[in-house]
Design a binder for this molecule. Sequence first.
Ligand SMILES: NC(=O)c1ccc[n+]([C@@H]2O[C@H](COP(=O)([O-])OP(=O)(O)OC[C@H]3O[C@@H](n4cnc5c(N)ncnc54)[C@H](OP(=O)(O)O)[C@@H]3O)[C@@H](O)[C@H]2O)c1
Length: 400
Amino acid sequence: MSLSSRLASSCLVRRGAPGFSTSALRAASNRAVVYTKNGDPTSVLTALTHPKLPSPPPSTLNIKFLLAPINPADINVVEGVYPAKPQLTSSLTQSGLGSADTPVYVGGNEGLAEVTEVGSGVEGVKKGDWVIMTRPQAGTWSSNKNVSPRELLKVPRELDGFKLDEVSGATITVNPATAYNMIHDFTTLQEGDWLVQNGANSAVGQAVIQIAAAKGIKTLNFVRNRDNFSELKAQLTSLGATTVLTYDELADKSLRGKIKEWTDGKGIRLGLNCVGGKDTTLMTQLLGQDGHLVTYGAMSKQPLSLPTPMFIFKNLQAHGFWQSRWYQQRGPAEQGELMKKLVQFMSKGQLSPPEHEIVTIGGHESDETATQKVREIMSKLAAGRFGKKVLLRMEEVSSD
Ligand SMILES: NC(=O)c1ccc[n+]([C@@H]2O[C@H](COP(=O)([O-])OP(=O)(O)OC[C@H]3O[C@@H](n4cnc5c(N)ncnc54)[C@H](OP(=O)(O)O)[C@@H]3O)[C@@H](O)[C@H]2O)c1
């Protein structure tokens, strides 16, 4: 079986949401970050301790989450302004929050989990395997979960002597996959060609820099100005960035001449945009003949306005990209192949995890303390005070 093969979908799979069997309740010991209605994450998110999962029913398996990132889109989902919606969960408790009386949404889309128990009839996976979620909005801000094999993709813990680290595994599904596909799906770039991107210090941007560098593609990277810009520039350069500039430099008319020189007159054919607003209008003007602008985010929350002459005289093509759509449209084989390619980059030291901070919700902490901690993270993220990817480690709740 290939290292990153999807779990056998031919095995017997019980239909309906895998859930919690009330006949086998044990001591309280699992926890999830939940909400009952959309709104500001600093006020609607709550940590909820719930009974430990029983052994998995046939055709399902139990997993323990090791790490789960908080991505910008996760916040939009909680706010209710993102097209993907999680399903309501009513099987966490028998009464109150998380029960059929008061169903909840469990936060989190992406994460790395370890298989803890395999139900009868499940093939191709064993206790101790590492898995990532392919079902969108799977509720990864949880300590433990009972899931169907159809929701999962197995990732190699080790490949040719390379040991996958937890942070890389927990952040592989969305951002590096997005970076890889955007570089490959819209135009063919050869070694020595250039791409331009904004939000270059985002997790996606860092993956773009590294995957491009591994393929010999040069990158022109834009970030917001800041006091420690030279530090950030050095960090992105160490990842393989060719040039790092701030949005302030987009207004510099001499930049187009420099690009002509850098690209030997060929121009830049791929632009990646996760910001929007007027800086993106200016960045688009840096694209050459037959350029492609791929928009995958809107961090500035400003509309995107594109210069008409670019369409008429330079044959600009503008696209949107959504990794969730990519997963929906591709089968298990292609999904597994993509994961394998990304782990190969990692194994060669060509793709490292994003700058990050791990926040642990300790097993000894009360739900009140845990809730406060989660809301504080959300508040710091909203204020842009982390400057790096935040990952949650939700420990199982200790009984003493
Ligand atoms: N379409 C897809 O399939 C897909 C997949 C993955 C990600 N995304 C999107 O890609 C974007 C980046 O995601 P990520 O997980 O890589 O993010 P991340 O690591 O959390 O980084 C966020 C980035 O956004 C920048 N930013 C924040 N507020 C901004 C503003 N007002 N104006 C300009 N830049 C701002 C930050 O720059 P500073 O350091 O200057 O704050 C940073 O570069 C998000 O919009 C996300 O939704 C889309």
